[in-house]
Design a protein around this ligand. Structure first.
Ligand code: TYD
Length: 202
């Protein structure tokens, strides 16, 4: 039996990645999942991570995100893929590199090594980056509730966005960048065009 396809959506807050991840999972009959928090352990970790009244250092954040990720990969993602079923995730390893690494200043080489420890060979076939300028995301977020990460400053999100673009540029075989600032129909069409190429016949 062949291994299931593993697709991840990434982007800054309010980039529209969750909408796309859910839509693609439904269209393609894939298991939808997300980080942080899509396991019983992860739900507890998510509560701590997003609690604005309990600030923590970027290193502590990294370690909790990685704990969530390692458990998520071992108990949800890997079993699905091994059984031949496709998985679509809203965020995965690159979120830690972009947010805690580029955004929070945690050492990138150490984060990459810790990521390897957390996920081993459970790597996405492709990661779709929904790229939006920070001011566009800001306008969208103004309409919504803000949690601790979403209250971070513009400079932080600029670093996160730049980090994502750098990761995508460094590994074009495994990344695709879609302009997330367009209207919804245009973004959906762009995502579908990318997936038709990297996940044909689904
Ligand atoms: P998420 O639930 O995807 O929120 P949103 O849909 O608003 O983007 O993620 C919650 C926050 O957690 C988000 O601000 C990004 C942050 N995050 C990290 O900082 N590092 C990580 O490794 C992950 C998975 C998320």
């Amino acid at each position: 039996m062949s291994r299931g396809r593993f697709v991840v959506f990434e982007g800054i807050d309010a980039s529209g990645k969750s909408t796309q991840a859910r839509r693609v999972a439904e269209d393609r009959g894939a298991r939808f999942t997300f980080e942080p928090g899509d396991t019983p352990l992860g739900a507890d970790l998510r509560r701590w991570l997003l609690d604005a009244s309990a600030p923590m250092s970027p290193v502590t954040e990294s370690l909790l995100m990685l704990a969530d990720r390692s458990h998520h990969a071992a108990t949800v993602i890997e079993p699905e893929l091994a059984a031949g079923r496709p998985v679509v995730s809203d965020r995965y390893w690159a979120s830690s590199i972009a947010y805690q690494g580029y955004g929070g200043g945690v050492d990138l080489a150490l984060l990459h090594a810790a990521t390897e420890l957390a996920i081993g060979d459970c790597r996405p076939d492709v990661t779709v980056l929904l790229d939006v300028p920070v001011e566009v995301a800001d306008e969208r977020r103004l309409r919504d509730h803000r949690d601790r990460f979403e209250s971070a400053d513009v400079a932080f999100h600029e670093r996160v966005r730049a980090g994502y673009l750098e990761l995508a540029a460094a590994d074009p075989a495994h990344w695709r960048v879609v302009n997330g600032a367009d209207d919804l129909a245009t973004v959906c069409a762009a995502v579908d065009a990318v997936l038709a190429e990297v996940w044909p016949g689904a």
